[in-house]
Design a binder for this molecule. Structure first.
Ligand code: ADP
Ligand code: ZN
Length: 731
């Protein structure tokens, strides 16, 4: 790495701001000069905005007329690697650079001088006059030893007014001082011993340690069934990274998983890591952002956007449950955190560990091709065995109308309950019923603004659109035929399944885990903990429960509708169903008692259902990979989804057709365009949606071609064009 360039006062510098201007602006370096990467404040029209010194000025302007950088902010300058990372992610995702900078600076008051707060500390000199209130303050100070307390903390603990404390401070009986708010995080101690690892874990941990001590880039797939001890293994990689004095980042797909992870880190390293996700306060965000830059935080656990923190020396990135679709951000900047983690690590000379029981096909293929290393943990730790998986053929079961638990499944649940064990009934559908229909005329209640049926949520007593969130009351009278009292729910959601469960197992304690039933991440965490402690007999859950939670008493998993994900034309349907079913089944029997999973299906002979039951994963992946290869689909080819939307249906179709006709720039790189076609959800929030798909060979310079292609036509008025590189979902 070269020394950071320095710009003398008055030299033109290019400054990138997070404002939607689309280019780097020229200013002159301020008094005292500035380094490349410096965070600065610059005048922009009448405002002052934050920016980063991106390089020398472009020089196309009269130097005398350039405005000067206002001031250099008190923050660690952005490193070359980070600027490169933002540039590359912007190019890859076809996102304007300012939007990338916005992602990388999502914390308030980044450049403000380190904030302080007034605190009080014990002093040795007693006050000349002692009162009971004063005595209480001194007693509290003493009980806190040398620790500093704020005015309100101290007043509350001692049960006195602020006046009493101020009085003591004025007399010198306690010390009043300013302490910095942005304190470094407690250091983690990598020398503390780990659990005694199994032979398989030791081998995997050794291999990872070796890669990290090399200090060069490399990606490893850590594949192991749920409960095989992957977390324990990658914590060894973290330990090695910390020993080398570098920072580590662990990405998790779900905030609800962080609680358990924090506890494990605390146990392993004697202190908790820093957290970065939507549930973290603004003050804490600022603190973490700054400490990442100065190196005063050694381990961060977070959601995908933690990837854009300004780490000073990032040595390791773990992407846990790497197959999880939530790593793909689906609005704003459309990026896949798993893939961008690999890019960032390559730029930082860091190692990446992609951990999963059911890797994404992309990762499996990369490992198969030798691009990624692969480590396997084939068995569960200790006594825990993998659950047996069996199909329940729904064609052979007699189910009453509006019931979804087959006699065979009910019998298994009864058995689990009798043994004092937990059962999980899995249905990946939120709400009470997916459809509300008029039995008189067949009319289905749809969202007014979206091309989607409204889902009844009985808990909220409303119909909800899962696309836009609009709600309305459940009508008594059919809006189409005007007949009253014939509206009926059709099909099951988790709430309805809970109703059936309670009716069939009246003595069991039933808990429903669905993301929409919890107001806060905290409430959800509490519920998960309660279940883990055995405060429920039957758990009803959506895909939320499939993700990594540990329920030691759970021995039976019943999948209500294993066929659900196989409908539709998504090329990932098979892969997704396979992953989800194996993940859900993996919840069973994670402790000493053996588990089993029962899959209700109408098509037990479907190849995907057979692959799930048969457990021959490598054969499944190989067949999937082959199918994708012969179709030239990702990861063997490249794809982009283009969603065009407008309130005017004719306008958006005309525009999309014209774009498809002008495919010269795409054909020049051998790419083909498909469509236009109505998007699978043809209307969201009143906007009509049309989709184009572009496919190219792996080596084609797709982004450049796409940029030239869409630049040919200026979208009229309210028409929006969104380009999604490597689309994950097609909605
Ligand atoms: P995974 O991440 O593969 O699902 P975990 O690392 O969470 O697996 O391990 C599953 C369970 O086994 C956890 O409760 C963990 O504490 C425990 N465990 C893992 N490794 C060991 C070990 N070597 N000795 C004892 N318990 C272990
Ligand atoms: Zn809607």
């Amino acid at each position: 790495m070269t020394e950071p360039a320095f710009f003398e006062q008055g030299t033109p510098v290019g400054v990138l701001t997070a404002e939607p201007i689309g280019r780097v602006l020229d200013y002159t370096a301020p008094e005292g000069g500035c380094v490349i990467g410096a965070f600065v404040e610059v005048p922009l029209g009448p405002r002052r905005v934050m920016g980063v010194v991106w390089g020398p000025g472009s020089g196309g302007f009269d130097r005398a007329r350039l405005r000067a950088v206002g001031q250099v902010l008190d923050a660690a300058p952005m490193r070359d690697q980070m600027r490169m990372f933002l540039t590359r992610t912007a190019d890859y995702t076809l996102t304007p650079l300012p939007a990338m900078l916005r992602l990388a600076t999502r914390a308030p008051g980044l450049g403000a001088p380190a904030a302080t707060r007034r605190v009080y500390r014990a002093a040795s000199q007693p006050p000349s006059r002692m009162t009971p209130a004063r005595a209480r303050v001194l007693a509290v100070m003493e009980s806190f030893g040398g620790l500093a307390l704020t005015l309100s903390e101290l007043a509350q603990a001692a049960g006195v007014s602020a006046q009493v404390i101020k009085g003591l401070a004025a007399k010198g009986a306690i010390l009043e001082e300013d302490a910095p708010r942005d304190l470094p995080y407690p250091m983690l101690d990598p020398k503390r011993p780990s659990l005694p690892l199994t032979a398989e874990q030791t081998a995997a941990a050794d291999a990872l340690r070796q890669k990290i001590s090399d200090g060069t880039y490399g990606t490893t797939l850590l594949k192991g069934v749920t409960g095989s001890g992957k977390t324990e293994v990658y914590l060894e990689a973290v330990a090695e990274c910390l020993r080398k004095g570098r920072q580590a980042l662990v990405l998790l797909p779900e905030i609800a998983l962080t609680a358990e992870f924090l506890t494990r880190v605390q146990a392993r390293f004697g202190a908790a890591p820093a957290e970065w996700h939507s549930g973290v306060t603004q003050t804490e965000r600022r603190r973490l952002w700054r400490m990442a830059g100065t190196g005063d935080v050694s381990l961060v656990v977070g959601a995908r956007s933690a990837l854009f923190l300004p780490f000073r020396d990032l040595g390791l990135i773990i992407v846990d449950e790497e197959h999880d679709s939530s790593y793909k951000q689906e609005d704003g900047v459309l990026y896949n955190a798993r893939d961008m983690a690999v890019l960032r690590a390559a730029l930082e000379g860091a190692a990446v560990v992609l951990a999963s029981a059911t890797p994404s096909l992309e990762t499996w293929v990369n490992a198969d091709a030798g691009k990624y290393a692969r480590l396997d943990l084939p068995g569960r730790v200790g006594a825990a065995e993998l659950p047996t998986m069996t199909a329940i053929d729904l064609r052979a079961e007699s189910l009453s109308p509006n019931c979804w638990i087959s006699p065979s499944l009910a019998q298994a649940v009864t058995q689990s309950l009798a043994q004092g064990e937990q059962a999980l009934l899995f249905l990946n559908r939120r709400g009470y019923a997916p459809t509300t229909i008029c039995r008189g005329c067949g009319h289905q209640i749809a969202c007014d603004d979206c091309d989607a049926r409204m889902v009844e949520h009985r808990f909220q007593k409303r119909l909800v659109c899962h696309q836009c969130g609009a709600t309305k009351p459940v009508p008594q009278t059919c809006p189409a035929c005007g007949v009253t009292g014939r509206m009926a729910p059709v099909g099951p959601g988790v709430e309805r399944l809970a109703e059936e469960t309670i009716a069939r197992f009246p003595d069991a304690r039933v808990a429903v885990l669905s993301s929409d039933l919890f107001g806060s991440a905290r409430a959800l965490k509490a519920q998960i903990l309660a279940i883990a402690e055995g405060q429920a007999d039957i758990i009803i859950g959506t895909q939320l429960v499939a993700k990594g939670h540990n329920f030691p008493l759970l021995t039976l998993v019943g999948v209500i509708d294993a066929d659900l994900g196989l409908q539709g034309s998504d090329m990932r349907a098979a892969e997704r169903t396979f992953q989800l079913m194996r993940q859900v089944a993996g919840r069973a029997g994670r402790a000493a008692r053996k588990g089993r999973a029962l899959l209700q299906t109408h098509q037990p002979d479907h190849p995907v259902i057979r692959a799930i039951l048969g457990g021959d994963e490598e054969t499944f992946w190989r067949a999937e990979a082959e199918a994708r290869r012969s179709a030239g689909m990702p990861p063997f080819g490249r794809m982009a989804g283009i969603i065009l939307s407008s309130t005017d249906m004719a306008q958006v179709f005309d525009f999309a057709s014209e774009l498809a006709r002008r495919d010269g720039p795409l054909r020049a790189v051998g790419a083909q365009v498909f469509g236009p076609a109505p998007a699978p959800i043809a209307r969201i929030r009143g906007r009509h949606r049309v989709r184009l798909l572009v496919r190219a060979d792996k080596a084609a310079p797709l982004q450049t071609a796409l940029a030239q292609w869409v630049a040919q036509l200026k979208p009229p008025g309210n028409l929006r064009v969104v380009i999604d590189i490597d689309p994950q979902s097609f909605f």
